[in-house]
Design a binder for this molecule. Structure first.
Ligand SMILES: *[C@@H]1O[C@H](CO)[C@@H](O)[C@H](O)[C@H]1NC(C)=O
Ligand SMILES: *[C@@H]1O[C@H](CO)[C@@H](O)[C@H](O)[C@H]1NC(C)=O
Ligand SMILES: *[C@@H]1O[C@H](CO)[C@@H](O)[C@H](O)[C@H]1NC(C)=O
Ligand SMILES: *[C@@H]1O[C@H](CO)[C@@H](O)[C@H](O)[C@H]1NC(C)=O
Ligand SMILES: *[C@@H]1O[C@H](CO)[C@@H](O)[C@H](O)[C@H]1NC(C)=O
Ligand SMILES: *[C@@H]1O[C@H](CO)[C@@H](O)[C@H](O)[C@H]1NC(C)=O
Ligand SMILES: [Fe+2]
Length: 609
């Protein structure tokens, strides 16, 4: 399944050399013809100043600049989408690869949907909240072989499960409120707060850096699908002063009667509020992933296609990671966000609301290259290394992902140092510098590293960030996680069936708000489609990020060793994740469910749909 962007181009270049005419360099000097056939060494990555056939690169890049053009953004007004002769060919190639890769899941999902439907019928349909588990237990054996995360079907009403989801399956929403810089966004009855927080008030939690906020209120003005309802929740979470647990404090709907719910409310009221929050969060995660991963990695790579030869190691690194990447936006337009398509038929906010959020998020934060660095983004939100409040006692996303990010950085450092044994070489590499300039000025990447790029660590940081986006961040939000936890019913419905309640204490049954049999099966079957169960055999999972034979064949032994070390590290992390169990308190990483959807063996190294 490895395919290379560079090679057709190289072939084209060679054809021109041997069959057409010698190219004339821009300076108009006639270039020296190649009198010897390329040797093995010529298929190694090389910096332009050390290349034995530099004229080929000049010509290749000239063709690339004519053939890869920046086209209209797709799926929202975000970054450019490639067009031009070569750009269109690349997109067509990626689409074809995508259809091939996804065929297995597409073929399995319909019979599995029938099977889940029959099981639900035999159980008498949806009679209570626990009926939803019938559509998951022993179902989706081929599309979602690991099933729903252990604990999600049994412990879903627990507050700790709800709050810890914010620190694992979607860590991109919550932030700690700063005692002085952030005013309190909404009020909560302090009698309730005292009861929940060991006598503290909202103000003292805030003052001590114990208070966190999640904001989905941007969803309030978005147009809604007729016959479907949603809220636009804001919520407080807090670190319990005694237990250190991260817990929910209140949820405000910001729509309908704009009620504020707390864990002290009636069971159904509070469950309703948690469902409303999760509905907003499911919408957020799917569109944020688009703006934050696809829409960022693509223009950085497009700039590389127009400035660096396919023989450039940095271009080779990026080409490897961008496998199939350009399938996503056109497939999304055609099959996911099309009028009345999968997305429209499940969510309360129609396709153009989704596109509107992706666009707003991209420009506001998600598309900012340096600001969304793994570590910096978490630190900026006061989730790690916070100077104004206590550490989180458990932060599963950080604890699990930090060693994976470190492994990407370690490989990348070896890779960069093997091509740039001395720092000064960066300044001498005109292809590299042209890429950095192009990324900001032509590809319009937001908040990219400024030119000239003279530090190896900055190059390590750029490449590692692309590795993080394509190999980790993407799959934290999309992929196995939506089927295994983030979209599991009844806690995570895609829409409500009737308007939000106007008063508290009035919900005898939640069922009138929730999906009926057809809708529940539709949601479940849509979400399992994002999983890719065959990655291991396809050599497409994260441990294989740097092991593609056509990639490694172009590198030296230091890089080969680093790739082996990377694979071993990721497999060890995978073993650790697979071995996770509930402890004596029924918890895993401090959560009442086991988070395995980030297992490196289960996630692709590349950006997928
Ligand atoms: C897309 O966004 C850009 C930059 O904000 C803006 O200049 C352009 O007018 C927008 N295009 C559309 C079709 O909204
Ligand atoms: C929450 O989001 C809304 C909409 O984006 C924004 O206007 C508001 O300022 C945000 N609130 C806080 C406290 O950040
Ligand atoms: C989204 O829905 C609108 C109206 O229902 C429709 O015109 C449009 O083609 C749909 N698809 C996209 C990608 O916007
Ligand atoms: C908080 O965590 C950091 C590491 O992120 C550690 O250096 C520091 O000692 C911790 N502080 C406390 C009070 O535990
Ligand atoms: C299920 O709910 C959908 C959406 O509200 C509705 O269109 C459909 O008629 C319902 N089906 C049944 C069998 O009630
Ligand atoms: C969560 O569910 C599992 C069974 O799926 C159970 O073993 C564990 O004790 C539960 N944890 C809590 C905190 O209830
Ligand atoms: Fe995706």
């Amino acid at each position: 399944m490895t395919s290379f962007l560079g090679h057709p181009l190289l072939l084209l270049t060679l054809l021109f050399h041997y069959a057409v005419a010698w190219p004339v360099a821009p300076s108009q000097t006639v270039l020296e013809p190649a009198t010897v056939l390329p040797s093995d060494d010529d298929y190694q990555f090389a910096l332009p100043m050390f290349d034995t056939r530099p004229w080929e690169r000049v010509y290749e890049i000239r063709l690339a600049r004519e053939g890869y053009l920046y086209g209209t953004p797709l799926l929202g007004n975000t970054s450019f989408f490639p067009t031009g002769v070569l750009g269109d060919a690349m997109v067509a190639r990626d689409r074809a690869a995508w259809f091939q890769d996804v065929a297995y899941v597409t073929n399995k999902v319909y019979p599995e949907l029938d099977k889940a439907g029959k099981a639900l019928m035999e159980a008498g349909g949806i009679q209570s909240l626990s009926s939803y588990s019938v559509i998951y237990e022993d179902q989706w054996a081929s599309t979602l072989p690991d099933g729903v995360s252990p604990g999600v079907l049994t412990n879903w009403t627990q507050n700790l499960l709800f709050s810890m989801e914010r620190l694992s399956i979607n860590p991109y929403v919550v932030r700690r409120l700063h005692p002085r810089e952030d005013p309190l966004p909404f009020a909560v009855d302090n009698r309730v707060v005292r009861h929940l927080a060991n006598g503290r008030t909202l103000e003292t939690l805030h003052r001590d850096g114990h208070l966190f906020f999640a904001n989905h209120s941007y969803q309030a003005p978005y147009p809604k699908t007729p016959g479907r309802w949603t809220a636009a929740c804001t919520a407080y979470f807090f670190i319990h002063p005694h237990s250190g647990e991260f817990l929910p404090l209140a949820i405000k709907t910001n729509m309908g009667s704009d009620l504020t719910y707390t864990p002290m409310d009636d069971t159904n009221d509070w469950l309703f509020a948690k469902m409303a929050f999760n509905m907003n969060d499911l919408f957020h995660s799917q569109l944020y992933h688009l703006a934050n991963t696809h829409d960022v990695a693509e223009p950085v790579h497009q700039a590389a296609l127009r400035t660096m030869s396919a023989r450039h190691p940095v271009r080779g690194y990026l080409d490897r990671l961008m496998y199939q990447a350009y399938a996503v936006r056109p497939i999304g337009v055609e099959f996911l966000f099309n009028d009345g398509g999968f997305y429209d038929s499940s969510f309360a906010l129609p396709n153009w609301s989704g596109m509107r959020y992706a666009t707003e998020a991209y420009w506001e934060h998600a598309g900012h290259f340096r600001a969304t660095n793994f570590y910096r983004d978490l630190a900026d939100r006061g989730l790690v290394d916070c100077t104004y409040g206590p550490n989180l006692t458990s932060f599963p996303f950080y604890d699990t992902v930090a060693p994976m990010v470190a492994a990407i950085e370690e490989f990348t450092r070896v890779f960069v140092e093997s091509y740039y044994p001395e720092e000064r070489l960066l300044g001498e590499d005109h292809e590299l510098q042209a890429w950095i300039v192009e990324a900001t000025e032509e590809a319009e990447v937001i908040d990219f590293f400024p030119a000239p790029l003279l530090k190896r660590e900055d190059l390590v940081s750029i490449l590692s960030h692309i590795g993080f986006l394509s190999g980790i961040a993407h799959h934290a939000l999309n992929g196995a996680t939506v089927g295994e936890s983030m979209g599991v019913l009844p806690l995570h419905p895609s829409s409500f069936n009737q308007p939000l309640p106007t008063t508290k204490g009035s919900i005898d049954s939640l069922l009138p708000w929730l999906h009926n049999e057809t809708e529940a099966l539709k949601q479940a079957s849509l979400l399992v489609r994002f999983n890719r169960p065959l990655l291991d055999e396809q050599e497409g999972n994260l441990p294989q990020m740097f092991s593609g034979s056509s990639f490694l064949a172009q590198t030296g032994s230091a890089v080969h060793h680093a790739a082996t070390r990377f694979r071993e590290k990721l497999l060890a992390i995978s073993d650790e994740i697979r071995g996770r169990k509930f402890d004596e308190h029924g918890l895993s990483q401090g959560m009442p469910f086991i988070w395995r959807s980030i297992d490196p063996r289960k996630i692709p190294y590349y950006l997928c749909v």
